[in-house]
Ligand binder design. Structure first.
Ligand code: NAD
Length: 477
């Protein structure tokens, strides 16, 4: 089936494989122009109740559907998304702001993720087997799972929850961010033609929809990606019904650059890994610690590379890396730029946060030159195209500084001496740690945060287990 983008009002939420309109609608904006986009539904509590009831009914047969059939439908779903890649990529750029090439990359990754999940079967494990008994670990599905999705990677992070939920036998309700509802509704529309009613449903709503979901007594698990502040609210709300939850939250990743790196090879990678998606990725290099022996050269080369290669503009323009800031975060990021002068931070690259004539939320990259360790540009997640470079000289000290953050999502060490880098990497407090890289992700590798960056893991067999109960089954012969 082919989806269409030329509709001013979306026909409804996707509930039990039907479009269910709502009395009220709302719209998000195109962040490159400030213009309103399509009208989308505002779900009421009763819409959620109908969806949850449908998901509960569907769970009875979906949880008993053999793995091979569930896998086949996930593959069919990936094919349906692929057949609509062009329209989805345009929509993603229009709604989210990211460059079209990155939108295509997000969709291609989503296909890879879905196709990988379709191969990942959670099998029983035999814990003891003797003449008298066999004891197994088995992994029954939880029931109705809800995915609460952020606006920065709405398609990948949407299917990154949908796939594991479905392949382990759960039914799934997706709640988009109010900033990017349309992409996720389209995912629901495509799912209508693949899965039985109630297996995949998508509800767009206002700010009250998230809390209704986390409180709902018949939802069994929340898979949440978003800010640490909201994650804490989600955990508190889930506690009321002892719902399971996995939280993927904010990050403030340190990248430690040693004195022996190939600077020319390292600079373009770290510059891209600071400014990709306008800095609006949980797991970018957000604090770059550069050894003092190479600090000045590294800084100057990073500034030169950023000026020459990292173009800011509309996501529809060829060669753009930094698209508009997606939403009201624009004011927050502008506030951070205003701090540069107020706090007396030195800039290696000043950046600009002026309102553009087009009405778009454009901000050009800034590089802050060795600010104090306790300044907000070092301690807080900026979620914009601004990054501090910091000097270090002592290995133990830099590891302590990297670990001083309450966040613990990702971290990296860059060195030609791989043994030394690995030794340092093993001391970093983060859910993903890379040597000579940053932000590698894979559907078969667990992904999650330490400390205030999250609880539990997504993806990999470990992530799939979070969509199940662990049941010990004792069989006496
Ligand atoms: P957010 O916390 O504002 O919103 C995330 C989602 O939660 C949205 O769908 C929102 O509508 C919903 N929500 C808001 N209040 C809620 C409540 N009280 N109960 C339930 N749901 C509620 O985050 P955001 O601004 O959309 O995303 C940016 C943040 O997400 C950044 O901090 C970023 O680091 C983080 N993030 C983390 C990961 C990760 O995998 N760890 C990935 C992407 C983004």
């Amino acid at each position: 089936m082919a989806i269409k983008l030329d509709i001013a009002t979306y026909p409804g939420n996707i509930i039990n494989n039907q479009f269910v309109p709502t009395p009220q609608t709302r719209s998000s904006i195109n962040p490159a122009t400030g213009e309103n986009l399509f009208e989308v539904p505002i779900a009421r509590k009763e819409d959620l109740d109908v969806a949850v009831a449908g998901a509960k009914t569907a769970f009875k047969s979906w949880s008993k559907t053999p793995f091979s059939e569930r896998a086949k439908l996930l593959l069919d779903y990936a094919d349906a998304i692929e057949a609509n890649q062009q329209e989805l990529a345009l929509l993603l750029t229009m709604e989210q702001g990211k460059p079209l090439s990155l939108s295509n990359n997000e969709i291609e990754r989503s296909l890879t993720w879905l196709r990988a999940f379709a191969t990942m079967e959670l099998r029983d494990e035999i814990l003891q087997d003797d003449a008298e008994k066999t004891v197994y670990s088995t992994y029954p599905a939880l029931g109705v799972c809800a995915g609460i999705v952020p606006w920065n990677w709405p398609i990948l992070l949407g299917v990154g929850k949908l796939g594991p939920a479905l392949i382990t036998g759960n039914t799934f309700i997706m709640k988009p961010s109010p900033y990017t509802p349309y992409c996720n509704l389209k995912l629901g529309e495509l799912a209508m033609h693949v899965f039985p009613p109630g297996v995949v449903q998508v509800l767009s709503g206002n700010d009250d929809l998230g809390p209704w979901i986390t409180e709902h007594p018949s939802i069994d698990k929340i898979a949440f990606t978003g800010s640490t502040a909201t994650g804490k609210l989600v955990a508190a709300s889930c506690a009321k019904t002892l719902k399971r939850y996995v939280l993927e939250l904010g990050g403030n990743d340190a990248a430690i650059v040693c004195e022996d790196v190939d600077i020319d090879a390292c600079v373009p990678k770290l510059a891209m890994l600071s400014f990709l998606n306008s800095g609006q990725i949980c797991m970018l290099a957000k604090r770059i610690y550069v050894h003092e022996r190479i600090y000045d050269t590294f800084r100057d080369k990073m500034v030169a590379f950023t000026k020459s290669t990292i173009k800011t503009g509309s996501g529809m323009e060829e060669g753009v890396v930094v698209g508009p800031i997606q939403n009201k975060m624009y004011e927050k990021v502008k506030g951070l730029y205003a701090q540069i002068e107020k706090q007396g931070w030195k800039t290696a690259l000043a950046g600009s946060a002026q309102d553009s004539a087009s009405g778009g939320y454009f901000i050009t990259p800034a590089i802050i030159d060795n600010p104090p360790e306790d300044s907000s540009i070092v301690t807080d997640e900026p979620f914009g195209p601004i990054v501090p470079l910091l000097k270090w000289s002592d290995e133990i000290d830099v590891i302590e500084r990297a670990n001083a953050s309450k966040a613990g999502l990702g971290a990296s060490v860059w060195s030609r001496d791989v043994k030394r880098a690995e030794r340092m990497a093993r001391q970093l407090e983060a859910g993903s740690v890379w040597v000579n890289s940053h932000f590698d992700v894979d559907p078969k590798i667990p992904f999650g945060g330490h400390k205030e960056s999250g609880i539990g893991m997504e993806w990999g067999i470990e992530g799939l287990k979070h969509y199940t109960n662990s049941r010990s089954l004792w069989v006496w012969k």
